[in-house]
Design a protein around this ligand. Structure first.
Ligand code: GDP
Ligand code: GDP
Length: 452
């Protein structure tokens, strides 16, 4: 589990700018028009060795009517799912009535709250921020999101206290103990059930599929009390293997929430992916690939989790349409070409049984022990078949390889000038390892280290 940090504030205070800095993306639009960032945006961030999920809540103006009310609703939900709220104000604009309105909102929610005065670059931050103390929200943290000033200090304060509750947030240091660590990690994985998260956007058929998988089986449901973002964990046994189904659709949740939009939560989905060993991503054949599907898949890929894709609602489609859908998927899913695609009907049950073969394959691929000798040998074969290129008159030399982790498999290669390897050669190596080790259903990560 990773902590969730929500960015809140009226439009134009710099939320998108801070979001981009934290997530290292240029995804969120940054422009000088108030109210441009309307939708919530989610991203994974690593800052100073700490990982977390960041949510840009769009704007609240503190004076909500019409469309603004809708926006405020969205923001309030995001706040509800957050562990920490960063309330941004604009040091250049000074204290505005809207800020006071938002502060009123925030006082009511019981969250760790940090008041952040942005845009202190080139102005006297102390005197320009003085008014914000009258909001009564404690210390005013001065930053310049556009330049990164003050951001590290802010995060130290906001995130460090969470370390105890969220041990996963600390990025593990790279030590020479890696081989041993990988071995230990594998031992741990081998003794645990496979955690399988069923994810996808609303209405693709997650609940129907979950019910279909659970069938008549008697299940014990861990319905942990929590917020909307908590998934339900359902233990399950199948063909002598143990699973824990991470149910993001809330099928077995006792307090049923009728509204489909209400039961869908991106934070819940992202947390479930982090938690899982294998992600079963459900896509609606009839809707085609939506942007939201692609961004979820991108997130899964980044997370390194194993992946199986279920193209659902495959019943009652003509051959022509099926062919067309397959062509579209072929064309647009190249970036997850390691994942098996299944065409299923959760409603009628066809194809559902076969999903588990791919889930097991993906998990086993991700947790297959690979020793130093074998990894080095494969590396040598790849190198012999296709030499790395010359860089500045010297040949890049790979010396040996060892495992650096599992789920996803991490292969660490040591050698000289490895930082100069072109992307094409890295992809070649990745594919070579994939074929040699017969790895299917999981991404592989290759890391390069200079020297012996
Ligand atoms: P949002 O509506 O809260 O998401 O705000 P944006 O991130 O879109 O920023 C609004 C405007 O403020 C943009 O023109 C940014 O370039 C500008 N801005 C954001 N951060 C800073 C900063 O640290 N210093 C200065 N001077 N401008 C900033
Ligand atoms: P969720 O929001 O992802 O949990 O989606 P649901 O399981 O609630 O399904 C949304 C709608 O799609 C419901 O009306 C289901 O009956 C329908 N549905 C689910 N799976 C299938 C399928 O395989 N074929 C067809 N035709 N409809 C399906």
């Amino acid at each position: 589990m990773l902590p969730v940090v929500a960015l809140v504030g009226r439009p134009n205070v710099g939320k998108s700018t801070l979001f981009n800095r934290l997530t290292n993306t240029r995804d969120a639009l940054v422009a000088d028009f108030p109210g441009l960032t309307r939708d919530r945006k989610y991203g994974q961030a690593t800052y100073e060795q700490k990982q977390f999920i960041v949510v840009d809540t769009g704007g609240i103006t503190g004076d909500e009517e019409g469309i603004d009310a809708e926006m405020a609703q969205q923001s309030l939900r995001a706040i509800d799912e957050a562990d920490v709220v960063l309330f941004l104000v604009d040091a250049r604009a000074g204290l505005l009535p809207a800020d006071i309105g938002i502060a009123e909102h925030l006082r009511k929610v019981n969250k760790k709250l940090f008041l952040v005065a942005n845009k202190v670059d080139g102005i006297d931050g102390d005197s320009e921020s003085a008014d914000f103390y009258t909001l009564g929200l404690g210390n005013v943290h001065q930053i310049a999101a556009a330049h990164g000033r003050g951001v590290t200090q802010l995060l130290e304060e906001a995130l460090l206290p969470l370390a105890e509750d969220f041990p996963d947030m600390q990025v593990k240091p790279k030590v020479e103990q890696e081989e041993l660590d990988a071995e230990e990690q594998l031992e741990r994985l081998k003794n645990l059930p496979i955690k399988l998260a069923i994810v996808g956007k609303p209405n693709v058929g997650k609940s129907t599929l979950t019910n279909r998988i659970l069938g008549e089986e008697r299940v014990v449901v861990y319905d942990l009390p929590g917020t909307t973002r908590d998934s339900v964990f359902i233990p399950l046994e199948r063909d002598d293997r143990e699973y824990i189904l991470i149910d993001t659709a809330g099928v077995r949740r006792r307090k049923r929430v009728a509204d489909a939009v209400e039961k869908f939560s991106i934070v819940k989905t992202l947390q479930a992916i982090e938690e899982a060993n294998v992600v079963l991503m459900v896509i609606d054949a009839r809707e085609g690939l939506a942007d939201q599907d692609l961004s979820l898949l991108g997130y899964v890929l980044n997370s390194g989790r194993s992946l199986v894709v279920a193209v659902n609602k495959w019943d009652g489609l003509t051959t022509d349409i099926k062919d067309e859908i397959k062509r579209e998927l072929d064309r647009r899913l190249g970036f997850i070409d390691f994942a098996r695609l299944h065409f299923i009907s959760a409603l009628h049950g066809s194809g559902v049984g076969n999903l588990f073969e791919s889930v097991v394959e993906a998990y086993d691929s991700a947790t297959q022990r690979v020793g130093t000798a074998m990894l080095t040998q494969i590396m040598e074969m790849a190198q012999a078949e296709h030499q790395p290129p010359m860089v500045r008159g010297r040949r890049v030399k790979m010396k040996y390889a060892h495992a650096g982790g599992y789920n996803p498999p991490v292969i660490v290669i040591h050698g000289n000038q490895l930082n100069d390897l072109p992307g094409s050669y890295k992809r070649y190596l990745m594919n070579y390892y994939r074929k040699s080790l017969k790895i299917m259903g999981t991404p592989i990560k290759i890391e390069f280290r200079e020297g012996a």
